[in-house]
Design a protein around this ligand. Sequence first.
Ligand code: UD1
Length: 399
Amino acid sequence: MAMSNNLKLMSVAGARPNFMKIASIADAVKAYNSGVLQRPAEIEHIDHVIVHTGQHYDRKMSQTFFDELGIPSPDINLGVGSGSHARQTADIMKAFENVLLDQCPDVLLVVGDVNSTIACSLVASKIKYPAGQKRKRPLIVHVEAGLRSFDREMPEEVNRILTDSLSDMLFVTEQSAIKNLSREGVQPERIVFVGNVMIDTLKRHLQRAESSPIREELGLDCPYGLVTLHRPSNVDSHKKLTTLVDVLLAIAAKRKLVFAVHPRTRVNLESFNLLSRLSNSPGIILTEPLSYLDFLNLINHADLVVTDSGGIQEETTFLDVPCVTLRENTERPVTVETGSNYLIGTDPDKILETVNIILSGKGKKTVVPELWDGKAGQRIITSLAAYFASDKNVLQRYK
Ligand code: UD1
């Protein structure tokens, strides 16, 4: 039913770490529409259109997350698939331009730092809606804005900087992001500290994750560590990946390891002839990419996590599980400052030293960061509704 006081919100999901973030937004929209959240009279209903770019497309990297988290099926799937950075970004942009012109949403919401994030915000920033629409382009909203690793070798860092510079409203997860954005000249009224949508989804589904049979299925009846690796800087170089495989074998001599292997990493392990060294080790269990609930169950019961992921640094911090991050920098410093995360890099001696501290029970304890309370998505939706309801100029500004 079309209502005159609707706000049309379009969210973009493309790659695996986006899906748990969009789940929180979809839940908050549902809460808004059912009257659970406070509704300004001017905005009766939010129409939520979900666009999947198809950056991740394997069932295990995509569809299982929609199923498990109850995310509404994407209204539109661009089906772009894999490719070089330029090709993938360009393919998303070309397809997304038609979607924006057809749908003309009031708000475009992008999350995180993947190629889908920058591709869609760049299209939205230059779009000109057809005549007769109430605005010229959507308000561009970035969720998880302001994070900086200060390492432009990382494709995600480039995506983060560019997306933030194109966004009208920037929702942030931690204090460092406010400092970064202020330093870059973003006006304070455009920055809103809301907490962490990834933690919203974790909190909401943790109890369900406890019923996952994954530990039985993997035959885990002893303490174990959980491993993920997928950063190009770690897995695309033969030398680096060989070093990391050696370190994992050394850790596995002391602690059973479950290694959930990302598709990019599997391809490289195979082509560098390293996969069999891992699969022949009695201390290592290799798995395909795992579903959200299975993975959450495994993090929650691990006594050690070894990763180069961004999101897992946050999830381990929230769950107070010691995490060894195999990177030289992190865009999520709060996880090191108050959380259970150790930023170690890839020096084998340092990694083993830190693992020994953790396994001896002397690892750091977490203080859960400010506003990581399960309500970030609700704050985002409430802020957007209030913004459109109260700012009379907003309609003018985007005409
Ligand atoms: C992307 C994100 C990264 C995020 C990661 C989570 C960018 C620049 N990078 O990296 O920030 O942490 O997702 O996974 O956006 N592949 C499959 N099936 C899939 C998807 C990918 O087999 O469903 C394989 C393909 O060989 C592909 C490769 O994985 O070429 C890399 O995928 P891509 O999306 O380009 O980058 P990720 O490494 O997954």
